[in-house]
Each structure stands twice: as structure tokens, then as C-alpha cells.
Ligand binder design. Structure first.
Ligand SMILES: *Cc1c(COP(=O)(O)O)cnc(C)c1O
Length: 966
């Protein structure tokens, strides 16, 4: 027998789960001869790509990881003293391995199904507690995209919170020029479209009596490293009805008087330096803390404490959890995916170190800055900021700075070089005395000095140099969780205990329609924690980041090939942020063409809630377009509205295939209508998993589209983030893609201002999507799409006898997802929620509940699930349907039944007495497979309304909680 020596193990066969036998069985069930026949019945011929994707030949996992090492090594890691919101930090190995490198944490979804998400909900509650404690505020959300976008949210929040006379006249926001430049850039981005006048200047010169002023942002410690007390400033601001936000630093706040003590109205920042690698810009958890009074205005998700049916404490997302879906164009922000995994890491860091450990790290960091000051003052250099935490600005002439830069880079160190010629140096957790000695040497050698300075000796005598009026006097992190887990065994077991409460992809298929929970392959994840990617500062010189630059270039080119677009921006760090960025690009294009008045955005009624929310943030007026009974866009209504607004039409936002899981036949005509009326087409690319290799956004006629790399391109959901939402554009929009104020990100002179703090957004997770494409190749990706469509249609085949399938294409096929209707059970008292909760008893996470149609489930299996898994899930759904029938037929009690009582916990079943009208076995082992692999929800059905009435968003002892209830 001849041996094929090139027959290596293909990654495609690991990613696309059904094997050939299973594919044959599914095709037979669907009555088609081959998969291409099915695709022909599903994807309209006129939008099909005429040729295959032109991508590099696929690599095996082994080949990829070997070759990728050489790419990684092109990143040269210098010691970073740049600061500006990004610092070296030590990820405790117990956190690195058990959270960041652990699929039990990183493959989970946003905790909508709270009963099977108590682990990460608890850690997010820790995050909120950590942020509220350290900032001294009353309330914090469970992460935002980054520090700069959090500052942008403050502008919106303060604008929305204007009261009295201010509501009518105040339209001015002031940002101190001592705020980090990337944050200022983002505030600029946010202000312009909503018509807020932004003034950037010296805060000491600000006239707070200006009646047009509604809000201020200052930074503390500021971008120059200076710290000062804003108490009097804030008091004056409040006398004048002006709200004050502060950008701050959690590590500094362990030592410094907290913003809450100064009476700040909001505090933003990043939790990066709490154990999350810099990663060339992200992802990291931004935070926003504020007063309780603004709990209805705060953007993003808030975790709250509630109780389950037995009265036990239980966590779930509170208040505005689904706020864009409910409020749409009236939503306060478009945040959907946030930074859960990074928030979890940062709070684990605080749990592990505790208040004393954090103070020690902070004091040492501050002490290093003090040692540096003491040393360089002996060189005769002047320090610009007399009071500091960790950052020192040193006065140098431009000529001196040039010599220092040359030498520093030779010795593998990056400093911050200010425009005024000064040099900035920020200390961090990894800095030690020898590093300070190196710094002193660099200064001496560059300036031609040769003084005898004994840094080691000076180091013996370093004290806290923060003025006493700025020292923190209050306690923080007093909740027991921050003092119980400092031994590694305790921590390891705490993390495992939380992980075990959560259902993730390590347990079973998570068939969330629209969210595309596919395989996050281990080979894709491995490079993420390589130091060459983790330890790069986002503002390091580009020459040092050649590995990253190569990845960006290739990935942009590949995504352009896949979408058919001409240019790509990797900057947006979520799908919703991509929507915003894309609309701003359209806006800038219209403006450049003298069409700045075009401000109408048409959005179909079936759109995801982030679409209208993003449109409003981008300064658009939303006009809703109707959908017909089949869930398709009502073309006549669209045409009428496009023509009615043709003078002011900016854009259409359209999801394709539709949010109903159907390839609309009329899409080309729809795009044409928009173009004919002077608008541009924004395609929401969340459903790109149904397009790759078969059709493309450019083919259907779109001008811009975002991709959710955390859906279609395998970045794990992280339990609710991180995400990456790059946007692709046609050539004439390319000049207006988001730029960056600190680093040239290659967009050019007409670039729009930034939408993320870092030039390439969440750069350190881009290797995941890169790996996916490199290992799949063009054909593998196309097969993935076909398999996703096959899997979805097979599930439709199995389920349609039991549940009505709402929308199908002309040949009765779905795209990659489908909607099953549960509204017909309502008269019997069974809600879609009961089915979602009952699925937990069967070991499954519910599909998407009530989006885009209330009372339905939207199922998306993806290509990464085998037929065996699909069948098992369908078996569960069919068995549940029988349970519903028992209620309908009166064979089961209308209220006291398996559905209404779901989910069932171990605690309620392993009891002496059992008085429910069905067996324990039926409750928890409803099908044989469950017994072999039982996942136990840890709490019973959670009472959300109770939690919203008694909002508690940080850790408090259960005993206090009882009082609140009373
Ligand atoms: C997921 C999704 C979004 C939002 O993306 P995020 O990354 O969560 O911000 C927008 N539209 C649709 C249709 C989606 O499924």
C-alpha cells in the first residue's frame, strides 16, 4: 500500500465536527443528494461568490504553532516606563492557568441564564465591590470596553443627567488637558456627533460658573503623574450644577484619597494593572463607578444580588441588562459585549492579594518612583510634578531627550517623550531597585555625567512621599472574600468552586442564535499568553512590534478577502463599537462630500438593539422599517422611507442573513434602493458565520460591516467579553476609518478620531482569529459555513414536528440559525422562560430567548457540533415538548410541574421528604444521557424583580441582606 507522505492531520476536521458518516445521515434526512444541493436551496444564487476564497494553504496545528513562534519573536519586548494607563503587571500563575488559560472560564457566555452562571456572577460582583471600594463610590458596573470609552460614557451619562436650567442651556463638556491623550481623543469622538461642545484646557483656568457647562473630566493621578486634591473644585462645580468625573487608577487609590471622598460624581479607569497583561493595548476591563442616584443612567451591565425560589442568595444581571433590546434608540449606551474575562481576572487579583497585598504593591511602586526622584535630583535634573504616585515627569531639553531616547532604546527601555521635551517614567509592579540604577545610568551616560550615585544605598531610605492631605484614610476591600483566599490552595479551590457553578462549552453545546458559540480551539488560544504578545505596551515604537504589525497586515488582508472589502480597521473592541465606528465612517464620508446634513438611519424593526443605540450615539435619527409576516424587510416600506428621506438619508443598518436566520432574496435590491437615495449600507456582520466563502457583504452591496471576531472568528466569549469588532469598508470610505492620536495606525490624514483607547484595539487576542484562518484555509472556512447551515437545517428537520419553526427561506430552509416558537404554550401557562430553565435540568444552556421575536428560542448550532451532540440537544427539546403537553392535557399540574419548578438543584432533590407531584428522577435525570453526565445548577429559579426592587450591587454579608429585605 502506498503511503501519502503529505497526509497530515487537518485542523479543519477538528473544527468542523460532523464526520462524513454523520454528514451523510443528515443529508439523507434532509432529502438532498449532497451538501451543495442544500446550499443551493438556502443561499440565493445571485449573491453566491463565483470563486473560492484566496487564502494561504491551511497549516496543521503543529505547523501553525511552530511558524507562529517566529512571528511572535519579531516583537521585541523592552522594559516599559511609558505609563499612560498601561503598566507591566504580574499575573499570578494561579490566575493565569486557572482563568486565562482555562476554557471553563473563557468559553462561557454572557450570564443571562443566571442559575448556571453563579460563578462568574460572583466574581463580577467582586469586581464591582473592588471598584466601588477603591474609588469610594456607591455603584460600579461589571466592566466597560476600556478606560477611554468609559470616559466617553461619562459624557453621555452627564449629558443625560442635566437638570433644571442646565437641561435647556448647558451643552459644553470640559476635559482637562492633563487627561491621557487617547482618552481625550475618545471624548472628542463621542461629543461631536451628539452635538456636545468639547473644550480641552487647563483645569485651573476653568470658569465653573459658565452656565453652558454641564460636565468636567479630570485625571487623578494625571497623565503627567501629578496628584492634587479636587475637593474644593468639585464643591464649586456642584454649586454651579456641574458634574465632575475623574479618571483614576485602582492601584494608586489604595494609597491616595479616593474620588468618593472628594465628592466626585463618576470615576472611570482601567483594571489592567491588576494582573492583566498589556497585550499591545488590550483587552482590559474598563470601569465606571458613580452615585447610586445615577443607577438608571449607568451604561453597561450591573450584577446584583437577589434570591432564588428557596430564598437563598443568588446573583443575576440587574436593571438595564437587556436595555438596548427594550429601549433601543432611547438606550443610554450601546454596550453589549464588555470585558467580563478581564474583569474576572482583575477581581481575582484583588481577591488573591487582598487589601494589604495591594497596598504593599502600591507602596513599592510608589517607592520606586520616589527612589528615581531622589536619584535623578542628584544628577541636577528637575522634576515637574512635585507630588506623584508612580509617574515622574522629568524636565529635559529636547536635545537631552533625544540623547536619552537613543540610549534608552539601545538598552531596551521605553520612556514617554512629551511634546514639550520632558521625559515621563512610570513605575510598576515589576520594577525593582536594579531597574532604577539602570535608569540612572542611562541618564548619566546620555548627559555625559559621571556622578557617584549609590542607588542601592539610597533605596534603604525611601518613604511614602504623598502629602498627608492626599493620603487615603479609609479602609477598603473589607468584605471577607478579599481576605480568605491568599494561600494558593485556598485560591485554587475558590476559583475551581466558582468555575464549577458555570455551564460553558466544556460541558455542552451552547446554541445561542446570533451569538455563534463555536469551537475556541486550544491551538488558537495558546499564543495569547506568550510574553511576546502580552508584554508589549500599546504605545511602544512600531519597530519593536513587527510581529504584531505582520499579524495585523495579514489578518486585515484575509478579512478583506472574506468580506470583499477594500480596507479593514481592527480598532473597535466589540461588535457594537464596530457599529458605532462604521456609522462614524459613513458620517465623515458624507461630511467630506458636503452632505453633512444626512442624518437619517433606516433600521428594520427586527434589528439587534445595539443598532439603534449605536445610530443615536453616532448622531443619527432612527427611522424604523417594517418587516413582513415572513420576517423579511418590507421592501415597499423601505423604498417609501428611503425616498421620503432621500435628501437626509445617511444609511441603512441591515443584518444579513437576517436576524430571523434567513437569506433575504431582496438584499441586492434593498442595497440598491439605499444607494439610489444617497445613503450607504451598514451591514451588521454578527451572522457572518452563514456567509464566509459562500457570499460576502461586498457582494450583497454593503459599504461597511463589522465582524464579531468573538462570534465568527473563534475568539471565546469570555463570559461576556472580550470581543473584537473590526469594520471592513469599500474604498471610498477607507480614508475615514478610525485613527489614533498617539500612534500612527496607517489610516492617513483624513482618519476619524479613535473609537478605542489603543490603536489596534484588543490586539493581543487577534492571534486567535489569525490562527483560525491560517489553520482552516479558504476551503476549510467555506466548509465551516456549509456545515453550520447543514447543522441548523438538520435541527430544523428534527424539531419542526414538535415546535413551529417561524421563518424559513423560499425552499423551506434556514440559514445557520432558526427560530422555534413557544408562544402557543402560553394559554397553558408555559412561558419560553420555563423551557429555557428546564433545559438546564437536561445539561443545556438555553438558545437565545426572545430575540428577535418575543416568546421564541433562536437556535444556532454552528459547525463545531457533531450530529451526536445535535441529536442529544434535540432529544432534550422533544422530551421537554412532551412535558409541556402533559401540562396542556392536564396530566401535570398547571403550576407545580417540572417546567415551572425548573431548574432543579441537588439541594432540593436530595432530601428526606419529596412532595412534588413528579419523581425525583424525572426532575433531575429526565433522559438516560443526563445521568451519565449531570450538570447541577447551584440555585433555583432566581427572582429578578426582587433584585431590581432591592438593588444591591456589591458584596455584603447575607445578614445585612435580610435587613434590606425587611
Ligand atoms: C452580538 C450582536 C451584536 C453586538 O455585538 P457585541 O460584540 O456584543 O457588541 C450586534 N448585532 C447582532 C445581530 C448581534 O448578534
Amino acid at each position: 500500500m502506498k503511503i501519502d507522505l503529505n497526509n497530515f492531520e487537518r485542523f479543519e476536521a477538528r473544527h468542523n465536527a460532523p464526520n462524513n458518516t454523520q454528514i451523510e445521515e443528515m443529508l439523507t434526512a434532509l432529502g438532498v443528494a449532497d451538501i451543495d444541493e442544500l446550499i443551493a436551496q438556502t443561499v440565493p444564487e445571485k449573491i453566491r461568490l463565483k470563486k473560492g476564497l484566496n487564502l494561504p494553504e491551511p497549516l496543521t496545528e503543529y505547523q501553525f504553532l511552530r511558524q507562529f513562534r517566529t512571528v511572535a519573536e519579531k516583537n521585541k519586548i523592552y522594559r516599559s516606563y511609558i505609563g499612560m494607563g498601561y503598566y507591566n503587571t504580574i499575573t499570578p500563575p494561579v490566575i493565569l492557568r486557572n482563568i486565562l488559560e482555562n476554557p471553563g472560564w473563557y468559553t462561557a457566555y454572557t450570564p443571562y441564564q443566571a442559575e448556571i452562571a453563579q460563578g462568574r456572577l460572583e466574581m463580577l460582583l467582586n469586581f464591582q465591590t473592588m471598584v466601588t471600594d477603591l474609588t469610594g463610590m456607591e455603584l460600579a458596573n461589571a466592566s466597560l470596553l476600556d478606560e477611554a470609552t468609559a470616559a466617553g460614557e461619562v459624557v453621555h451619562m452627564f449629558h443625560g443627567a442635566r437638570k433644571g436650567a442646565k437641561k435647556k442651556v448647558a451643552n459644553k463638556f470640559f476635559a482637562a488637558d492633563s487627561v491621557h491623550p487617547q482618552t481625550l481623543d475618545l471624548i472628542k469622538t463621542r461629543c461631536t456627533p451628539i452635538g456636545v461642545e468639547l473644550v480641552i484646557g487647563d483645569v485651573s483656568q476653568l470658569d465653573l460658573t459658565d452656565e453652558t457647562l454641564f460636565g468636567v473630566l479630570v485625571q487623578y493621578p494625571d497623565t503627567n503623574g501629578a496628584i492634587s486634591d479636587y475637593t474644593d473644585f468639585i464643591a464649586t462645580a456642584h454649586e454651579n450644577g456641574v458634574l465632575v468625573g475623574m479618571a483614576s487608577d485602582l492601584l494608586a487609590l489604595t494609597m491616595l484619597k479616593e474620588p468618593g471622598e472628594m465628592d466626585a460624581d463618576a470615576v472611570v479607569g482601567s483594571a489592567q494593572r491588576f494582573g492583566v497583561p498589556m497585550g499591545y493595548g488590550g483587552p482590559h476591563a474598563g470601569f465606571l463607578a458613580t452615585r447610586d442616584a445615577y443607577k438608571r443612567q449607568i451604561p453597561g451591565r450591573i450584577i446584583g444580588v437577589s434570591k432564588d425560589r428557596d430564598g437563598n442568595e443568588a446573583y443575576r444581571m440587574a436593571l438595564q441588562t437587556r436595555e438596548q433590546h427594550i429601549k433601543r434608540e432611547r438606550a443610554t449606551s450601546n454596550i453589549c459585549t464588555a470585558q467580563v474575562l478581564l474583569g474576572v481576572m482583575a477581581s481575582a487579583y484583588a481577591v488573591y492579594h487582598g487589601p494589604e497585598g495591594l497596598k504593599t504593591i502600591a507602596r513599592r511602586t510608589h517607592g520606586m518612583a520616589n527612589l528615581l526622584v531622589t536619584s535623578v535630583e542628584q544628577l541636577g535634573l528637575e522634576i515637574v510634578n512635585k507630588d506623584y504616585f508612580d509617574t515622574v515627569k522629568i524636565k529635559t531639553t529636547p536635545l537631552q531627550a533625544k540623547a536619552i531616547k537613543l540610549l534608552a532604546e539601545e538598552r531596551l527601555a521605553n520612556f514617554r517623550y512629551f511634546e514639550d521635551g520632558c521625559i515621563g517614567l512610570s513605575m510598576n509592579q515589576t520594577t525593582d531597585v536594579s531597574h532604577i540604577a539602570d535608569l540612572v545610568d542611562i541618564f548619566q551616560d546620555a548627559l555625559g555625567l559621571n556622578l557617584a550615585i549609590d542607588v542601592e544605598a539610597l533605596a534603604q531610605d525611601i518613604a511614602v512621599s504623598v502629602p498627608s492631605s492626599l493620603q487615603r484614610t479609609t479602609e477598603f476591600l473589607t468584605h471577607p472574600v478579599f481576605s480568605q483566599y491568599h494561600a494558593e490552595h485556598e485560591m485554587l479551590r475558590y476559583l475551581k468552586r466558582l468555575e464549577n457553578k458555570d455551564l460553558s462549552l466544556v460541558h455542552s453545546m451552547i446554541s445561542l442564535g446570533s451569538c455563534t458559540m463555536k469551537l475556541n480551539a486550544t491551538a488558537e488560544m495558546i499564543p495569547v499568553t506568550w510574553p511576546e504578545f502580552g508584554q508589549m505596551h500599546p504605545f511602544a515604537p512600531k519597530e519593536q512590534a513587527q510581529g504584531y504589525q505582520e499579524i495585523f497586515k495579514d489578518l486585515e488582508a484575509w478579512l478583506c478577502e472574506i468580506t470583499g472589502f477594500d480596507a479593514m480597521s481592527l480598532q473597535p473592541n466589540s461588535g457594537a463599537n464596530g457599529e458605532y465606528a462604521g456609522l462614524l465612517t459613513i458620517r465623515a464620508y458624507h461630511e467630506a462630500n458636503g452632505q453633512g446634513h444626512r442624518h437619517i438611519s433606516l433600521i428594520p424593526s427586527s434589528a439587534h438593539g445595539t443598532n439603534p443605540a449605536s445610530a443615536v450615539m453616532a448622531g443619527m435619527k432612527v427611522v424604523i422599517v417594517k418587516c413582513d409576516d415572513m420576517g423579511n424587510i418590507d421592501v415597499a416600506d423601505l423604498k417609501a422611507k428611503a425616498e421620503q428621506y432621500s435628501n437626509d438619508l445617511s444609511s441603512l443598518m441591515v443584518t444579513y442573513p437576517s436576524t430571523h436566520g434567513v437569506f433575504e432574496e431582496s438584499i441586492i435590491e434593498i442595497c440598491q434602493i439605499i444607494h439610489d437615495n444617497g445613503g450607504r449600507v451598514y451591514m451588521d456582520g454578527a451572522n457572518m458565520n452563514a456567509q464566509v466563502g459562500l457570499t460576502s457583504p461586498a457582494t450583497i452591496g454593503a459599504d461597511v460591516c463589522h465582524l464579531n471576531l468573538h462570534k465568527t472568528f473563534c475568539i471565546p466569549h469570555g463570559g461576556g467579553g472580550p470581543g473584537v469588532g473590526p469594520i471592513g469598508v469599500v474604498a471610498d470610505l477607507a480614508p475615514y476609518l478610525p485613527g489614533h492620536s498617539v500612534i500612527d495606525n496607517n489610516v492617513g490624514a483624513k482618519a476619524s478620531s479613535a473609537v478605542s483607547a489603543a490603536p489596534w484595539g484588543s490586539a493581543s487576542i487577534l492571534p486567535i482569529s489569525y490562527a483560525y484562518i491560517a489553520m482552516m484555509g479558504g476551503e476549510g472556512l467555506t466548509n465551516a459555513t456549509k456545515t453550520a447551515i447543514l447543522n441548523a437545517n438538520y435541527m430544523q428537520y428534527r424539531l419542526k414536528e414538535h415546535y413551529p419553526v417561524l421563518y424559513v427561506g423560499t425552499n423551506g430552509r434556514n440559514a445557520h440559525e432558526m427560530i422555534v416558537d413557544c408562544r402557543q404554550f402560553k394559554p397553558a401557562g408555559i412561558e419560553v422562560e420555563d423551557i429555557a430553565k428546564r433545559l438546564m435540568d437536561y445539561g443545556y444552556h438555553a438558545p437565545t430567548v426572545s430575540f428577535p421575536v418575543p416568546g421564541t428560542l433562536m437556535i444556532e448550532p454552528t459547525e463545531s457540533e457533531s450530529k451526536a451532540e445535535l441529536d442529544q440537544f434535540c432529544d432534550a427539546m422533544i422530551e421537554i415538548r412532551k412535558e409541556v403537553q402533559e401540562v396542556i392535557d392536564g396530566k401535570a399540574d398547571a403550576v407545580n410541574n417540572v417546567l415551572k419548578n425548573a431548574p432543579h438543584t441537588q439541594g432540593m432533590t436530595i432530601t428526606e421528604e419529596w412532595d412534588l407531584p413528579y419523581s425525583r428522577q424525572k426532575a433531575v435525570y429526565p433522559l438516560p444521557y443526563v445521568q451519565a453526565n449531570k450538570f447541577w445548577p447551584t440555585v433555583r429559579r432566581i427572582d429578578s424583580a426582587f433584585g431590581d426592587r432591592n438593588l444591591i450591587c456589591s458584596c455584603i454579608p447575607v445578614s445585612d441582606y435580610e435587613e434590606v429585605e425587611a
